[in-house]
Write a protein of this length. Sequence first.
Length: 385
Amino acid sequence: MVNFEFSTTKRVVSELGALTNCGLYCQQLDIHRLLIMTDKGIIQHGLIDDLRSSLAATNITHIIFDEVVADPPQSIIEKAARLAIENDIDGIIGIGGGSSLDCAKLVAVLVKQKQSLPTMFGINNIVSSRCPLILIPTTAGTGSEVTPISIVTTGETTKMGVVSAVLLPDIAILDANLTLGLPQHISASTGIDAMVHAIEAYTSKFKKNPYCDMLAKQALTLLSANIEEASLQGANLVARQNMLLGACLAGQAFANAPVAAVHALAYPLGGHFHISHGLSNALVLPHVLRFNAQEANHLYAELIPHIFPTNALGYDESQSSERLADYFYNLSHTLELPTTLSACGIVENDLPMLAQDAMLQTRLLVNNPRDVEYEDALKIYQQAL
């Protein structure tokens, strides 16, 4: 028997065109004065036009904060919170990639004016409530719409996490219309990010449980079957909706069975070289899979049928990690993503610094099925170079 606790977003709406119902959803949450958290690209591409029309039709006033950037710094979040407080905001919608959703979660707490952002860093340190919150992803990757986690950039290369069930929104909306027109490399890298979430949740050392296992397997089934079509033939709405749902399921899984060494080694790549989070994961994933083989091959073998549904038999279980590593390396090549650190401008002399920073990610490394020491991290980076 496995004892576990599972929590997730109260309501998930997976429906093409669901954005047009946001005014109704706001009414149901008793929102009257709304702040929309997003970035300038979302505005420029008209992705909130239907949202604004829905709000107008239901007489919900709103203001827009569009200054969210990738790896958002603490100052951006605090600026948005001040704007919300000055305008007596009573509800938040976050729409965009993971950064916009992460920022929206924190602003929904800060608007209550009972706690400062630095006091929230860490696990279960939020003591305040939050205002009503709706999250709408425009990429199929982070799963932030169903995770109790926000990542904040606190220095030039450092990040801090806020982990609390308070951050789970009231409603998550999955509408693939919002992912049309995404550049191929973003669809590809965010899709691999979601697959990493599922794999690491399934192999998480301490909080692995049957509920998350079920979600991770279904996520991989959807993601592996649709990532090439969604990335290379981006107008396929069925593939894109399946990717959004797969990323959401993977998000629900890793929100309860946390990620591990792939993410720990990916974070320094983003911090020092501004490589996107999804691509950072893709670059180190094959090498972490091989490193974990001696402890996790039996678990990787259980995932093989969900990635290779028509070709899952006829191989030695001890080669499961190798098979997955080859699959993801080849997938990155097919999706035209860089496959080495050197292709991203990283050189041998950078690797000790990256390994040192990776070892600071103790919150993540503790979940890895195999213990990771500095020498291990350095070797993984060397293999990825």
